[in-house]
Design a protein around this ligand. Structure first.
Ligand code: ADP
Length: 368
């Protein structure tokens, strides 16, 4: 087991492609760290540099106390699980799992013990004699994980391991990998473009965009306090609603104003918002903070409500998503499943103002 330190690391591909731009991360021993971001943001490249599959252009990577910049992948004591599983098709499940240990000249009895133990953890004992082509996607992924487990590495690296699975299997493997992390107590670094995987599995999430780290924090802190507009829009489904507007001071209070909206900003935000009076801002409110049972259960003034027309109604069972338009702006609200509404109706929805956010329109950074 080990911690992993990524210090001021760059990856510049030929043609001056800055895939990773001055990334510094400290991954604690036994931590489950998830790198998340849209395609091309540099998350795989970062992981592959930790694995040693990609050279580092600048900076240092250490596993434990050892700087591994010049250590070949096989000597880094890490195991990687890939999206395409990378199983040997002509070998049985048993042989696939045993292969890495054989190369490392483990005794036959030790190999057998480790393979049986891993197969037991993953529930694939009955499949050991099969060839990969006779396995389902989920089973193949388990074998790929099994091959990593038998090595008992210092750290596990996962590169989009669930992307080739169907939706149901993805959800199941998600919990299995989380359980595995609890059981093995090993450092895990996991790359995904799927923010739900990041939210549900991570101890801490790293959000990346254009080779740059945008924010590093626990899933809930990222959800509740996104550092900027990108993180706010990327984490959460349906995504946070954004309203372009301007801050104005009216009768001692600060308001968010757009051509049709006028929302009173909580007084406790005065200090942070005052410098932005008269400036363009972006108001962010998650769908569950507009018109939800929690928002509607409290008495609020007209200055904490949004008037809008219902365009689409999507009942989800436990709640209903409303797609609305203020006349200037579309947004989504998660309302009580039994709320009586009709398409075309004008509704007035209470906003949980204390849970909303304001971003500087110029820098896209969080103001409050
Ligand atoms: P992600 O994993 O977030 O989808 P990658 O780390 O794979 O992103 O890629 C980051 C950026 O580096 C992308 O712009 C990609 O096109 C570029 N890139 C990746 N691999 C290479 C390569 N071998 N040569 C040149 N550019 C590359």
């Amino acid at each position: 087991m080990a911690d992993v330190t990524i210090k001021e690391v760059y990856k510049i591909y030929p043609g001056n492609v800055m895939a990773v731009n001055n990334v510094s991360l400290y991954i604690k021993d036994r931590e489950f760290l998830v790198l998340v971001g849209p395609s091309g943001c540099g998350k795989s490249t970062t992981l592959r540099m930790v694995a040693g599959l990609e050279e580092i252009s600048k900076g240092t990577i250490s596993i434990g106390k050892r700087v591994v910049n010049d250590v070949p992948p096989k000597d880094r004591d890490i195991a990687m699980v890939f999206q395409n599983y990378a199983l040997y098709p002509h070998m049985s499940v048993y042989e696939n799992m045993a292969f890495g240990l054989k190369l490392r000249k483990f005794k036959k009895s030790d190999i057998d013990k480790r393979v049986q133990e891993a197969a037991d953890i993953l529930g694939i004992k009955a499949l050991l004699q099969r060839k990969p082509k006779a396995l389902s996607g989920g089973q193949r992924q388990r074998v790929a994980v099994g091959r990593a487990i038998v090595r008992k590495p210092e750290a596990f690296l996962f590169d989009e391991p669930l992307s080739n699975l169907d939706a149901k299997m993805r959800v199941q493997m998600r919990t299995e990998i989380s359980k595995l992390h609890t059981r093995l107590e090993t450092t895990m670094i996991y790359v995904t473009h799927d923010q739900i995987e990041a939210m549900t599995m991570a101890d801490r999430i790293v959000v990346m965009k254009d080779g740059l780290v945008q924010q590093v924090d626990t899933p809930l802190n990222i959800y509740d306090s996104p550092a900027n507009l990108f993180v706010a829009g990327f984490i959460g489904t349906p995504p946070m609603n954004f309203f372009k507007g301007r801050l104005e001071s009216i009768n001692q209070s600060i308001y968010l104003v757009d051509p049709v909206l006028k929302l009173q900003i909580p007084d406790k935000w005065r200090e942070k918002t005052e410098p932005f009076i008269g400036k363009e801002v972006i108001f962010g409110a998650r769908p569950e903070d507009i018109g939800s049972p929690e928002a509607e259960s409290r008495p609020v003034s007209e200055q904490q409500k949004i008037l809008a027309k219902v365009e689409v109604i999507e009942p989800m069972g436990a709640e209903t998503y409303l797609y609305l338009n203020t006349g200037n702006q579309s947004f989504i609200s998660r309302v009580d499943a039994h709320r009586k509404v009709a398409v075309g109706e004008e509704v007035s929805l209470a906003v949980l103002m204390s849970k909303t956010h304001i971003f500087d329109a110029a820098t896209e950074k969080l103001i409050v």
